[in-house]
Each structure stands twice: as structure tokens, then as C-alpha cells.
Design a protein around this ligand. Sequence first.
Ligand code: ADP
Ligand code: SF4
Length: 688
Amino acid sequence: MSRNPRYDILFEPVRIGPVTAPNRFYCTPHALGTGNQMPHTRASMREVRAEGGWGVVNTGYCSIHPSSDDSPLPNCRLWDDADIKVHALMVDAVHRHGALAGVELWHGGAVTGNRMTRIPLLSASGISAEPTYPGWISLAKSRTMDKQDIRDLRRWHVDAAKRARSAGFDIVYIYSGMNFGPYQFLLPAVNQRTDEYGGSLENRVRLTREILEDMKNAVGNQCAIALRFSTDELLRVPGETMQSEAHEIVSMLAELPDLWDLKSSSWVVETASARFSEQGAQEPYVSFAKSLTSKPVVGTGRFTSPDAMVSQIKRGILDLIGAARPSIADPFLPNKINEGREDEIRECIGCNICVSGYHDCVPVRCTQNPTMGEEWRRNWHPERIPKGDPEQRVLIVGAGPAGLECARALGQRGFAVTLAEARDALGGRVAIESRLPGLASWSRVRDYRTNLIRKMPNVEIYCGNLLSAGEVLDFDCDYAVIATGANWSAGILGLDGYPAAALDNDSVFTPDEVLAGVTLDGPVVIYDFDHYYMGSCLAELLRASGHDVTIVSNASAVSAWTFMNNELAEIRSRMLELRIRTELEQMVTRYAQGMVELTSIYRDRTVRTIECGALVIVGARTPNDDLYRELASRPDALADAGIGKLRSIGDCRTPGAIVHAVYSGHECARRIDADDDCEQVGRERPVI
Ligand code: ADP
Ligand code: SF4
């Protein structure tokens, strides 16, 4: 197939200072959860995107000096010449595919912890960042930079830029955004200096200008100098001659950088999930810039639609289509558009599981792309997979995310696959959960896979088939894969935190029952000790249908885990907007006569009651593994039936998030014909 001419504009080269991007697909700097400790993992995670057609591939934030140390978060660094080699690995990998490699040089100023290096934090005026999330609160405050500190900061940028050039990078960033280093000097509320670096806008811009000029002088003849700049806060500050200080800063520095990379100052806003933002939501922070500079502008917006990308360019918003998440979900997105295969794009669903990987200090994981982070360690490629034996038949029972991914990957491997599903529709939990408020895009987990599977002549699908163990044994197959999911349990926790006996009350329901449309009466209490999206999503759903809703949680926040995927604050705001009450740090201990008893999790064990017509328990999920267990208990029958391997995958094996189910299905497909005892997994080792 050939490219739709409508998308030709996306494949135009773009000049960026002394270098030229081969097209407009730009993988913006984003953390990968690898740091310098995992150079091969990182190089492979970036390389696969260059191979997939991204014209520019950047590192994540790269510290220029030990006074900017984000440990234990796995960021990369260029502190001395010994760090060059680690980066050259990635640069070479990106260059192999004709893409440009960029490095986001970064000094965090007061917005880092220096937990490892223990160097005092630097800031414009001794004003420290004051986050409210426990994970980000630092007990170390910052000190005001003196003139020598400023000279040092400029020199560190230059030294790191020279190292970056030695590593082979084509684009070198200065990061003046998101409250980091030089950006703190731009903000009138944070910069209270009375010297030539404070006061007037010209003075506040001085440091960013100086670093830009220093870097241009040092490496600008070979490398493009990019300026990453956050606009949203400064768009709210009226300018002296223009409508905002953001406008004024862009016009003051307009032609100095070779590239403007614009974004929001808040990571939570920038990475807003699909539940809280649409594709292209960053446009208001970026749209003003192109009228003020002739240099190329890049910005993000979780773009997965080529038409939305073309619109950004034609309307003069962006020159380069920036992407982090869409490039994680589908490293081959540009090539698919180029080859007229846009219907095969594995679209990002906006769930932000990738963000949680970074917070977990492990390589980012992706719900849609199970190979992300496994490129080097397991040699998994997002598009290629070893061929299997087309004579071998595989029966997969259950077509949720696990079964669908397993069928897709086994189909791609060439096996003869049969996928049996009890319901009339494919998708399992995503078919149901994507009907929850804000989660419509989650249906892409199903749609991407069913679209590909339906084109595969070697994969047969049977819906409306609830298979028994006898039917599996009667089916003529070499391998049987059980992907029958999990069910929510109505059990609660005892005060010791372990499972307790279920409440004896007819008005107790599970999310499965609510999602199946059961009628709830009176005020609804949702008791959430799952801590992810289900509790707050059900609260929204029930509120929209007119219920009075209270969420009870034993945690200190509603959907407490969502700190990890940057949704926590948005969820809290949504609960407040919808007047959904919250009872935090409480456990449900009894439910009788229309009243739920709440007991404090703390030593005082204070007991209260609240009115409740229906109690929805969002707690544990138990595997729906009866079929698997019955089959596994009959090895002789399996052998007689010619079934060489029986596997359970996804929630049926271990209940988890959708990302785990997809991964499990993929892993099973790759290894169905492998010797289970001999998987070789790569491990990066420090060399002594
Ligand atoms: P996962 O997330 O692990 O993929 P899901 O719960 O999303 O799990 O999907 C499991 C699917 O398995 C559901 O669509 C369910 O209807 C189907 N299923 C469960 N038991 C059987 C069975 N015995 N035969 C066929 N399909 C089944
Ligand atoms: Fe998109 Fe979710 Fe994958 Fe992140 S984890 S890239 S948000 S699909």
C-alpha cells in the first residue's frame, strides 16, 4: 500500500539549525525509567522508534551536573567524559535508521532532591518547590544562587553540550521550563533578585539567553540548539508590551534557538490522561508561538490521528509533531502512515501506565505495546516476531485483552489459532470498562487487535461459546490457552488488612454487577480498597445517574494509586466538582439496616455510621480459573487429547491491570512452543 497524499506534508524534511530532520515526526524528550544504569535497554527503546520512522528521537531529561540529581528516579546524565560512551550507544542506534538524535540537557535547580549527591539545591532566590505529594516533598530546601553559581551553571551547560556533541547528538537542549534551573529565573513570583538577573523581564530572561548563546558558541556549528520552554504560567502573566510574558519571551528570544519545544509547566497537565483530556489538549499553550518566530516549533498532544497532525501543521500551530506516549504505544506509527496502513496504528489509549513505570523506577511499560522495555532484555520487537509451525493448532479460551493479544501474536507467528469467547462480543473487560466515564479510548485495546485478527486467515473466532473442560479436550489442538479473566469479589478487609468474611446483606454489590446494570436504591456507598480507577469511575457513573455517592477508602486519597500515573489530582478535582463525598482512612466493618459502619484505620479505631442504600465493594478480584484448574488436574486427559501445553494467562492467572493481561498474552504467544525452563533474559551489569 502507498501513502495517502493527504499525509505527504508529514513527511517533509524540516531544517533545524545546522541539521535536517527527515520528516515531521518528532519523539520529544521523555523519561524512560532507564537512566544511565541501563544503557542497552535505553538505546534499544529509542532505536526502535527511529526504525519505526520517527525523524528525531530524543533522550529523556539528562542531568548536566551532580547538583541536579533526581535519584532514585532513573534519569540520565552527562556529568563527565565517562558518561559519553553510554549516550553514544543510543546515538549510534538512532543514527542507524537515519533519524536525528537529541539530548535534553537539564538542571533541576530547586526541583530535584539531590538525595544521592547531597549537594545543596540551587534556585534563583532561595524559593524552593513545595509539592504536596509525599513522593516529591524534599526536606532539603534551596539556596539563592550567587554570581559564581550562575557562572557555574552556564559552564556546566557548555561542558555537557560539548560532551553531547562528542557522543554524536545532533540536537542539544537547554531546558528552561517546568520550574527547572533557568526557568526559575523567568518567573516573577520565584525570581526576587535585585541584580541584573531579576526584576525586569529582560533581566529575568538574561540567564536563559546567556546559556543559549554559550551553547551556540560552543557547539552550534554542528548541533542544533533547542529551547524547551513552558508557557502556561507565563501566559497568565500580563506582558509589558504584549498580551503575556510568554509572548514577550518568545519574541525576545525568537531567532536565538534553532528549535522551540513548547509545553505546559505541570507534568500532570502535560501528561493528562485520556480520562481528563482530549487529543491536542496542549494547543492553547503552543498556538501563539509560530507568529513570533521563524524557527520550527514542536509540541505534543497525544496525537495518534494523522489528520489531527496534518491539521496542526496546516493551521500553523506546529512544524514538528511531538510525541512521547503515541511513540511508546506504536514506535512504527510514522512508517504505518507512510505505507498507507494507518488502520494498523496501535493507538495510545491515554491510560498513563507508562508514567507509572517511571515512578516505579523501572523501564516504562505500555498497555498497548507489550514489547516496550523488552526490546533489548528479551529481544522483543514491536512489529516482528519469530515464525511458528502453521501445522500446530492453538485454542484460546476467552477474548479479553489477554486472549486477544495472544491470538493476535500467535496469528502473526503463523499458528492455526481458534479464539473462543463466551459472550457475543470480543474485548472482555475493556469492552465493558470503556463504557465508564472518560475511558472510551480504552476500547482501542480491543479494536487494534480485532482489526488485525480479522484479516488473518489462520485465526478463527467463535463468539457466544462458553467452553467446558470436556469441550476443550474434544477440540483438536496442540496447545490450550485459558484466558477467562477474573471477577470482582464482594469480600471486605478485616481491621488487620487481611480478607474478612463477606457482609451478609442483599444490598452489597460488586463492580461486575453495577456494570451489568443492576438497579441500586438510595444513597450509594463505594468502598474502595482497589485504589485504581474503578472506584472513582463508578462514583462518576452513579452520580451521573442521579445517585448520592460517598467513596470510602482505607487510603488517604481517592484512587490513591493514581499518584503513580499522574491522575490523582484530576480525580480529586472531579470528585469535588461532582459533589461526591469522601470518607478516607476508614474501613467498612458492618452494613445493616441501611447504615454502613466505618472504622478508622488508626489506633483509636473510632466508629461511625453513614446512611447507605447500596454498598458497592471495589476491592479484590479473584481469578475465573475453574476451567484451567479442572484441565490442569487431568494431565492424562490432556495427553490423550494431544494437548502438549496448557497455559493460563491474564487475569485468570493473576488479576491485574490491563497492561498485565496484554503482556501476559504476548509473552505466552512468544513462548508457547518454547522450553519453559530456558528463557534467556538479558541483564545489564555494572562492570568492575
Ligand atoms: P483478561 O483481562 O485476562 O483478558 P477478561 O476478563 O477481560 O480477562 O476476559 C476474559 C474473557 O473470557 C471474557 O470475555 C469472558 O467472557 C471469557 N470467558 C470466561 N470463561 C469462558 C469460557 N469458559 N469459555 C469462553 N470464554 C470465556
Ligand atoms: Fe499510551 Fe497507556 Fe501506552 Fe502510556 S501506557 S503509551 S498512555 S497506551
